[in-house]
Design a protein around this ligand. Structure first.
Ligand SMILES: Cc1cc2nc3c(=O)[nH]c(=O)nc-3n(C[C@H](O)[C@H](O)[C@H](O)COP(=O)(O)OP(=O)(O)OC[C@H]3O[C@@H](n4cnc5c(N)ncnc54)[C@H](O)[C@@H]3O)c2cc1C
Length: 245
């Protein structure tokens, strides 16, 4: 399916929610008569000033008149400062939609793997509902204080038996009862990802038959996950990547 061509839009911030110390959720109304068309996994390029643009991924299900974003302001560069200063009622200029980190239409199980605000495209995909009955979400954060939307994903996992959700903290306190460490470990521990057929000669192995992997977030996680999946004979075309930084 052809993705729509990018256009310029003006939006109005209707709500700004602080989710953690550094992550803000923005609710933005499209002020343009043109409907805002995007596919889950795509992003908008915000015009910060005439020389500066920054990308942010839609984290809500497609809707022609409004959308949501999450912005982690911890880098504190121009993009972070711009969104930190924005308040309800402010206007924003952006171009959209961009990107091809979108769901493939095939019967493969979708494995979503995110760090930090890399969760944005997956929330959009899940809320859109298309693959929710055949997917797993692994989300890596550092501390308990970094967690948001946990209840929302738990509720979805309770509603859809085909959707599994795993939150993994790399630096939790001693009180944390959930999963710890790196998400890469937990993805590979999942018994359903063991190759269904192992080749007969050394180094030859059948690829994982039933899964397609979507990785979004920081470079360290993406590189490690990709290398480890490749080492398990997952073919490159079964690994989709959206690198935030
Ligand atoms: C396709 C795409 C989609 C993106 N979607 C989102 C999104 O939905 N939400 C979001 O918060 N960001 C998203 N980003 C990152 C965003 O575009 C900016 O790079 C980020 O906000 C930093 O911009 P800045 O101007 O504040 O800092 P800059 O001055 O541009 O960067 C400062 C440094 O911070 C690093 N950095 C960037 N992001 C982070 C981070 N989260 N944590 C730690 N270091 C970081 C950069 O690599 C750089 O070294 C996306 C990036 C891309 C390419």
């Amino acid at each position: 399916m052809a993705l729509p061509k990018p256009r310029q839009y003006t939006g109005s911030i209707t709500k700004k929610l602080q989710l953690t110390k550094t992550v803000f959720q923005f609710f933005i109304q499209n002020q343009q008569p043109n409907p805002l068309l995007f596919t889950p996994g795509q992003y908008a390029t915000f015009i910060i000033d005439p020389q500066t643009r920054r990308q942010y991924t839609f984290c809500s299900a497609p809707n022609p008149s409004s959308f949501e974003l999450i912005v982690d302001v911890s880098p504190m560069g121009v993009g972070s400062r711009y969104f930190l200063e924005r308040k309800e009622g402010d206007r924003v200029e952006f171009l959209a939609p961009f990107g091809n980190f979108t769901l493939s239409e095939n019967p493969l199980k979708k494995i979503f793997i995110a760090t930090g605000t890399g969760i944005a495209p997956f929330r959009s995909m899940l809320l859109n509902g298309k693959e929710i009955s055949n997917c797993s979400l692994y989300w890596g954060l550092r501390y308990e204080d970094d967690v948001y939307w946990d209840q929302e994903f738990q509720t979805l996992a309770g509603q859809y038996t085909g959707f599994q959700y795993f939150l993994v903290l790399s630096k939790p306190s001693q009180n944390w009862q959930g999963l710890t460490g790196h998400i890469t470990e937990h993805v590979l521990k999942n018994p359903s990802f063991i190759p269904t057929h192992v080749g007969t000669s050394a180094g030859e192995g059948e690829n994982l038959q039933n899964s397609e992997f979507y990785l979004c977030g920081n470079n360290a996680m993406i590189t490690e996950m990709k290398n480890r999946l490749s080492a398990k004979n997952v073919r490159n075309e079964r690994i989709k990547i959206d690198l935030f930084y």
